[in-house]
Design a protein around this ligand. Structure first.
Ligand code: SAH
Length: 207
């Protein structure tokens, strides 16, 4: 998977490739899909949500430009897979999930895999997690109609926010927003993506 789906498509960050190699993706997909765990596509998890395609997870991690040592915020824990990948690169990961059943099962999986530096919180991630702010990196794994202002506020100066944003709930541009100064942000479009909707006060009304 790492060689064919990631490195050959241009994912070059050795930290990201090593993390993707180390995290057992089959532990994050439903048992009946274990054989498909390393396929080049997103897979269904519980509650109508999805675990992202491996390439997209790697692309988003690389886009965060992590060097190790950072505190990272993830919105949309889902299965917990991306959180486990981030945990191998950053020092501390806070991950927020709005659906309690998914938060509970992700917490359980991360515990079984002895991933000690991820804290899974239940709640509306469009409001961020102010208690541990500021973050050097924030990644949103669901697509919203705009960049939530709360997340911009919780980004450190120099910090990167990677988020799918688009006018339709399931069709987005993947953006990287860098907080260059207190009140200045640089915005880049990385590619077109298709994520499940970001549902919350600063997201869509419903999924
Ligand atoms: N990163 C996940 C992919 C999750 S899919 C993985 O590796 O498996 C997106 C997730 O975002 C879903 O679980 C959905 O419930 C969650 N979500 C949507 N809106 C949210 C919000 N406002 N706050 C927190 N989680 C949200």
């Amino acid at each position: 998977m790492v060689e064919w789906q990631l490195a050959r498509r241009g994912v070059a960050d050795p930290r990201v490739l090593a993390a993707m190699r180390a995290v057992p993706r089959e532990a994050f997909v439903p048992a009946w899909l274990a054989d498909a765990a390393y396929d080049d596509r997103p897979l269904p998890i519980d509650a109508g949500q999805t675990i992202s395609q491996p390439y997209i997870v790697a692309l988003m991690c690389e886009a965060l430009r992590l060097e190790g040592g950072e505190t990272v915020l993830e919105i949309g824990t889902g299965s917990g897979y991306a959180a486990a990948v981030l945990a191998r690169i950053a020092a501390q990961v806070h991950s927020i999930e709005r659906l309690p059943a998914l938060a509970a099962s992700a917490r359980q999986r991360l515990h079984e895999l002895v991933v000690a530096n991820v804290q899974v919180h239940e709640g509306d991630g469009t409001l961020g997690w102010p208690a541990a702010a500021p973050y050097e990196a924030i990644v949103v794994t669901a697509g919203g109609p705009r960049v939530p202002p709360a997340l911009l506020e919780q980004l450190a100066i120099g910090g990167r926010l990677v988020i799918p944003v688009g006018p339709e709930p399931d069709l987005q541009d993947l953006l990287r927003v860098t907080r260059t100064e207190r009140d200045r942000h640089a915005r880049e479009v990385l590619c077109g993506v298709r994520f499940v909707p970001l549902v919350g006060a600063q997201g869509w009304d419903r999924g």
